[in-house]
Design a protein around this ligand. Structure first.
Ligand code: ZN
Ligand code: ZN
Length: 370
């Protein structure tokens, strides 16, 4: 058996080459000697094998260390490179070239499309609306930017007026095949990424990909009764995908601003209304607004204590996706006057005296602890 050639020599790198240098040199040589590019050329095939073998050792820190210390002996035999066999070549090739193919390399022969089509990304944004808008629902214009078809090339990747041609490397099949010892291997064509065609003149504006960031304005239908934190989905309003992969979706999270006077509890609304002590005691009618600022008449029952709730059915928020409305709960707050006229003071003192006599002059505690 002839003396084996030095791995560093094979990869055309220095002994102290960095991992990146080794990788880059391997890329260049592997493409150069690729059997598909040199059909029937035994010498290229041998070179291709050597390059892969050398790279599998020098790209692995542990193996490289052994090789540096012990030469070919250190990495051959059961524990060395040959123990693993050449079947690894597929993995080596993928791991180095995978990123060139935009991650679709491993999908080339999986269940997915040969073209490596990739759906666009979903996008998310937030909008803020008022409680009144949540009540009525609205058509809200939304501005955002998303990846869409390049204006220059219309998403074709090609400069206007130029065309695609059949990929010369794979002759349009999208696949390259080469044999490696006992193994026959198929790989996605590295030149056309499995498309079978390459562009004569790629678009200069989007530099391939056929996409560019685009400002968009859409109108989002926000349904009546929506609650804060709910998310609306607008199908196909996200990013455009790659290679005909279609659009992602747009998700819009709705935030309902707090209202100055109304509080919301699911479909119900809560409104706090101050009433005079006299009205609370005697009962009566007061006026209160609904969410649309229309005036409602609220009946305060006779003898209402502080915090009494008067329910007005159907004056709350619309029920989302259903018919009908929640309720408006009016909470009665007893307003204690601070600045009394002398006449008011006289009347209240008379009222107090009268109340005391009606109770037989007993205090609150005397009544409880009798
Ligand atoms: Zn090709
Ligand atoms: Zn373009």
């Amino acid at each position: 058996m002839p003396e084996k050639e030095d791995y560093y020599k094979i990869l055309e790198v220095a002994k102290n080459a960095t991992g990146a240098e080794i990788k880059s040199s391997y890329r260049r040589l592997a493409m150069k000697y690729h059997p598909d590019r040199n059909p029937g050329n035994k010498e290229s095939e041998e070179k291709f094998k050597s390059v892969n073998e050398a790279f599998s050792v020098l790209s692995d820190e542990e193996k490289r260390g052994l090789y540096d210390s012990y030469g070919h002996e250190g990495v051959s035999g059961a524990s060395g490179f040959h123990g693993g066999g050449f079947a690894d070549i597929n993995d080596i090739f993928s791991s180095v070239f995978g990123d060139v193919f935009g991650g679709s390399f491993s999908n080339a022969f999986g269940g997915r499309t040969r073209s490596g089509a990739q759906r666009g990304a979903d996008l998310k944004l937030d909008i803020e609306i008022t409680l009144e808008e949540a009540f009525t629902g609205l058509d809200s214009p939304v501005e955002y930017s998303a990846m869409d078809a390049c204006q220059e090339c219309g998403g074709t990747d090609a400069q206007p007026g130029t065309r695609s041609k059949t990929c010369p490397t794979c002759r349009g099949s999208g696949v390259v095949q080469f044999s490696q010892g006992f193994f026959s291997m198929r790989q996605m064509c590295p030149d056309c990424a499995g498309q079978g065609t390459v562009l004569e003149h790629p678009c200069k504006k989007c530099k391939g990909g056929g996409r560019q960031k685009t400002k968009k304005t859409i109108t989002v239908k926000v349904p009546a009764g929506i609650r804060s934190g709910m998310t609306l989905r607008v199908a196909n309003a996200g990013d455009l995908g790659l290679k005909g992969g279609g659009y992602g979706d747009l998700y819009i999270e709705v935030h309902v601003r707090e209202h100055k006077i109304f509080e919301r509890a699911e479909d119900d609304l809560i409104l706090r209304v101050p009433v005079s002590f006299a009205t609370a005691a005697l009962g009566g009618k007061i006026k209160a607004p609904n969410i649309l600022k229309e005036t409602l008449e609220v009946t305060v029952p006779k003898g209402s204590p502080h915090g009494t709730v008067v329910k007005i059915s159907g004056a709350g928020m619309p029920k989302l996706g259903k018919k009908g409305f929640g309720d408006l709960n009016v909470i009665i707050l007893i307003d204690v006057p601070k600045n009394l006229t002398s006449r008011q003071k006289e009347l209240l003192e008379a009222f107090e005296k009268e109340s005391s006599e009606a109770d037989g002059g007993k205090s609150f505690f005397e009544k409880i602890f009798k």
